[in-house]
Design a protein around this ligand. Structure first.
Ligand code: SAM
Ligand code: FES
Length: 353
């Protein structure tokens, strides 16, 4: 096998490596190789995005969830979770506040909550679009049948985030109960693409049983899917889940995967995640320096933030939205990048405005 620097240059040039090459790089790189990767990732990201960082306002609409992922703090078997769901009025108030703060994308995320029927969401999407016609709507509400995704798209939703979690079915079965289906999750992603959403997928770094080979499979799956966005962050254990005592993912591993993604797909929207900021005080800044170009500050009402408790020690749960934006602005400025106030669509995307 060639050395790591050569493989990194090859990835930049050809935008693909074999599974064995990705696995070797992930398993064998040195700190110096990682610094070289980040340098190249910044050059590539600046070629397409300059110094801009896109903002997405995250509104955590519900922590009720029908699913039971072993890693997730709001899984249905966690009886200690303090459940809530936002009303349409609450959500519109979050959008209003976000709009004043400069947000032009609203991401509505939540557990798989049966309350949010197609009818409820279609009305909500219509109301947001009519009040904020220059904003993009992103949904992140889990798995649905294709015709249901279609209804939400027809109502005006622009983008959908659904992490594949792991590209390997056997690994998926180690992270989820048997009744949750890997095939179905992957099919959802192809359906979303087919409908015409801008699609985001992704995975956690450092989940139990993950190996460099499995991460290499994630890279190849993403290359095949060709999503517009990829959200990755470290796995962070939650005390009331079956993985409470497992080790979490590391900053180093996560940054390295961000750098690889940037070189493999130069035009990708790549968030520097809250989970990364949770395991390292300057994790989000480091993410931007490794190739990320999106941040997703929290716009949820402060009264519910602690309850959207996916993992332990989640940051910014006590801050008002304005404080979060100011804090992030300062953090981003420290990296030499700057917030761009726009919808931040994927490059070349022909949006429906
Ligand atoms: N229900 C939707 C879905 O399944 O896509 C969206 C909400 S779900 C909580 C959002 C993401 O949080 C998941 O895709 C997962 O990758 C991430 N997540 C859940 N538990 C986590 C943990 N313990 N550490 C880090 N990320 C976690
Ligand atoms: Fe961190 Fe708010 S989520 S700035």
């Amino acid at each position: 096998m060639e050395n790591c620097k050569t493989l990194i240059s090859q990835l930049e040039e050809t935008q693909i490596l074999s599974k064995e090459e990705f696995a070797f790089l992930i398993a064998s790189h040195s700190e110096e190789d990682a610094q070289y990767l980040f340098e190249r990732a910044r050059v590539v990201r600046e070629r397409y995005f300059g110094k801009s960082v896109y903002l997405r306002g995250l509104i955590e609409i519900s922590n009720y969830c029908a699913n039971d992922c072993y890693y997730c703090g709001i899984r249905r078997s966690n009886e200690t979770a303090d459940r809530y769901r936002l009303t349409e009025e609450d959500i519109l108030a979050c959008c209003e506040e976000g709009y004043q703060l400069g947000f032009r994308t609203f991401v509505m995320q939540g557990g798989e909550d049966a309350h949010f029927t197609d009818e409820v969401l279609v009305r909500l999407i219509g109301n947001i679009k009519s009040r904020f016609p220059d904003c993009a709507i992103t949904l992140s509400l889990g798995e649905r049948a294709k015709e249901r995704y279609q209804k939400l798209f027809d109502a005006g939703a622009d983008r959908y985030l659904l992490r594949h979690e792991t590209a390997n079915a056997q690994h998926y079965a180690q992270l989820h109960p048997a009744w949750m289906s890997h095939t179905r999750r992957i099919q959802c992603l192809w359906d979303l693409k087919d409908i015409g959403y801008q699609v985001g997928t992704g995975f956690m770094v450092g989940t139990p049983f993950q190996t460099p080979e499995l991460l290499a499979e994630d890279m190849l799956f993403i290359k095949e899917l060709q999503p517009q966005m990829v959200g990755i962050g470290p796995f962070v254990p939650h005390h009331a889940t079956p993985f409470a005592n497992e080790a979490g993912g590391t900053v180093e591993q996560t940054l390295f995967m961000l750098g690889l993604l940037r070189l493999m797909m130069p035009q990708l929207l790549l968030p520097s995640t809250t989970a990364l900021g949770t395991i390292d005080k300057t994790g989000r800044e480091k993410g931007l320096m490794a190739g990320a170009n999106v941040v997703m500050p929290n716009l949820s009402p402060v009264s519910v933030r602690k309850k959207y408790d996916l993992y332990d020690n989640k940051i910014c749960t006590g801050d008002e939205s304005a404080q979060c934006v100011n804090c992030l602005g300062v953090r981003i400025a420290s990296t030499g990048y700057r917030i761009e106030e726009s919808r931040g669509d994927a490059p070349g995307w022909n949006n429906r405005l």
